[in-house]
Design a protein around this ligand. Sequence first.
Ligand code: AHG
Ligand code: MN
Ligand code: MN
Ligand code: MN
Length: 335
Amino acid sequence: MKEHNQTLGEFIIENQKSFKYTSGELSRLINSIRLAAKVVNHEVNKAGLVDIVGDYGGKNIQGEDQKKLDVYANETFIQTLINREIVCGIASEENDSFITVQGNNKDHNNKYVVLMDPLDGSSNIDVNVSVGTIFSIYRRITPVGQPVEMEDFLQPGNQQVAAGYIIYGTSTMLVYTTGHGVNGFTLNPAIGTYYLSHPDMKFPEDGKIYSINEGNYIHFPQGVKDYIKYCQAQRDKDPYTSRYIGSLVSDFHRNMIKGGIYMYPKSSSAEKGKLRLLYECNPLAFIAEQANGRASDGFQRILDIQPTELHERVPFFCGSNRMVDKAESFMKAAQ
Ligand code: AHG
Ligand code: MN
Ligand code: MN
Ligand code: MN
């Protein structure tokens, strides 16, 4: 067995000195996410045994049917963060608006906001396919001592101080960046500890996997259709492989390890695509760039988009550098 000695807890302490702000708050925040992820992981693993699969019975603000695990994961992350006195605000895919956290002393003195997709790929829960959690962390813009405001959440992705995801897969992993590369930690479920298993993760410069829901093909913009045809037809001797799990976190994770591109373009039925800029695209774009990859809306860098609303959607092209470059060139040529 390969030895992985460094735990996530040790890694966080050792790397704290490289943070831009060293109050220890960000370390405590990542620690809280690590803890909440263990709780959610425990529940995800029991899916099928206890009454946690299936619909919750409500719709979220995105118009999606909420699954029981969407609601469970959302509440677990929110409660864990609130109880630990480390954030001043939380925004989630599953909540209509952001939550203001005043803190025990009611002084609004905490500095970080968290934006999250508490359970990504939730349509896959009922069929025992990997799901995930995505999180994004910013410093507040408004001064401490007053409640957070919308502007604290509507920051461009290039202002993120940390971002990461948890993948509840064949093994459970936490992958994150604080702007100094990307590291992956695997949970040893027997003792409940994450170990550094994937240090300094990098997208291969080029890849052969393309991931897109081709069922929407006829609704895609011409540039996307052309790029798909390029993937299929232009490489007779060395064809690309199509892989689409339908859990963004899992598709992203595979492509980062093997080399590939993930695409969720706009379509004639979804003018801005489906994925959410703040909870899905920005954190994964930050991780991609920190891992030698790229993320684009087809024409511009995801991280430079100024958000205008919490639940904003955006077309998403993310993965190995050369593949995103190529996809962009097809988009621009077809404009
Ligand atoms: P969520 O479960 O958080 O709502 O996200 C669903 C997303 C993402 O995980 C996945 O890549 C995409 O929806 C799949 O959408 P399609 O079923 O339209 O391909
Ligand atoms: Mn959803
Ligand atoms: Mn999602
Ligand atoms: Mn979700």
